[in-house]
Design a protein around this ligand. Structure first.
Ligand code: SAM
Length: 285
């Protein structure tokens, strides 16, 4: 099987199928075998795993995954890629290709049908225009996820990994860290893709926590507070919460909850840890 990670082979397949690259689907194909190997290593795939790949493209990474995993299911939105995938993956009996939009799939049902008690690992070179809904959708899907190893925009990887006080810290950091332990595995420059994206990329591994790292009475409500806290980054937390119309919390109530938590009255959202947001949420609702 030709290694599609070699640029020449990717170009040959695309030309032979007369394929037009679709920007609207975030298509940037990986053309660097060293990066592919790094992703596979970071994902730590074994024969015991069912792997869900989002956006297989022409099947470059899918081939690597199929060599390591018990079974791979690859979900691709662009129907013009399906005949290409059928060709490039024909040698692998453990790969299923599904032509669908990942955001519209019932992931729990898919995992029940496919995983059959095995660990679920997600691996993908994500379409950047929908990174956040895909990642959050995976964690909120209630499938037995073990890890998510994905290529994302470098800036998004930094935000996922950031802690309190850093400029990158925000609602995405807290949402990801509530579910998983993030670790950047590699930085990837634009010349590793065809076509080259305008931004730098990074591979990040999100290792799912076995149990939530904080206890909170209502996680949905905590995330509403977190979103409001970072909606107006420059305001104090008491002002941001008091100004958020959908929360129904007065500025005074927010201020007294902060006092109870022994936080300074002018504290901003970016200074609070996940534990502190959980405590604040329990006090306010
Ligand atoms: N995995 C390939 C690689 O590494 O060369 C392609 C990665 S490319 C960055 C993103 C892929 O996701 C494209 O194949 C694109 O068509 C697909 N895609 C975009 N939106 C999708 C969606 N909503 N559901 C499933 N696949 C999607």
């Amino acid at each position: 099987m030709a290694d599609l990670g070699i640029p020449h082979n990717t170009i040959e397949v695309l030309q032979r199928h007369n394929f037009t690259i679709q920007k609207k689907f975030g298509q940037n194909f990986l053309i660097d075998p060293r990066v592919l190997e790094k992703i596979i290593r970071a994902a730590d795939i074994t024969e015991e795993d069912w792997v869900l790949e989002i956006g297989p493209g022409i099947g470059t990474m899918t081939q690597y995954l199929a060599e390591q995993a018990g079974e791979v299911t690859a979900v691709e939105i662009d129907r013009c890629l399906i005949p290409i995938l059928e060709e490039t993956l024909s040698a692998y009996s453990n790969v299923t290709i599904i032509n669908a939009d990942i955001l519209k799939m019932d992931l729990k049902e898919l995992a029940e049908e496919k995983a059959k008690g095995r660990s679920v690992k997600v691996v993908a070179n994500l379409p950047y225009y929908i990174t956040t809904p895909i990642v959050m959708g995976l964690f909120e899907s209630h499938m037995p996820l073990k890890s998510v190893t994905v290529m994302v925009q470098k800036e998004v990887a930094d935000r996922m990994q950031a802690g309190p006080g850093s400029k990158d810290y925000g609602a995405l950091s807290l949402a990801v860290q509530y579910y998983a332990w993030p670790e950047i595995a590699a930085n990837v420059p634009p010349n590793c893709f065809l076509p080259r994206p305008n931004v730098g990329s990074a591979v990040i591994r999100l290792l799912r926590h076995e149990s939530a790292p904080v206890k909170v009475r209502d996680e949905k409500k905590m995330f509403r507070i977190i979103r409001a806290a970072f909606n107006q980054r420059r305001k104090t937390l008491a002002n941001s919460l008091g100004n958020a119309p959908d929360l129904g919390i007065s500025k005074e109530r927010a201020a007294s909850a902060l006092e109870e938590l022994q936080l300074p009255p002018a504290v901003r959202g970016e200074a609070l840890s996940l534990e502190q947001f959980a405590a604040l949420s329990d006090l306010l609702w």
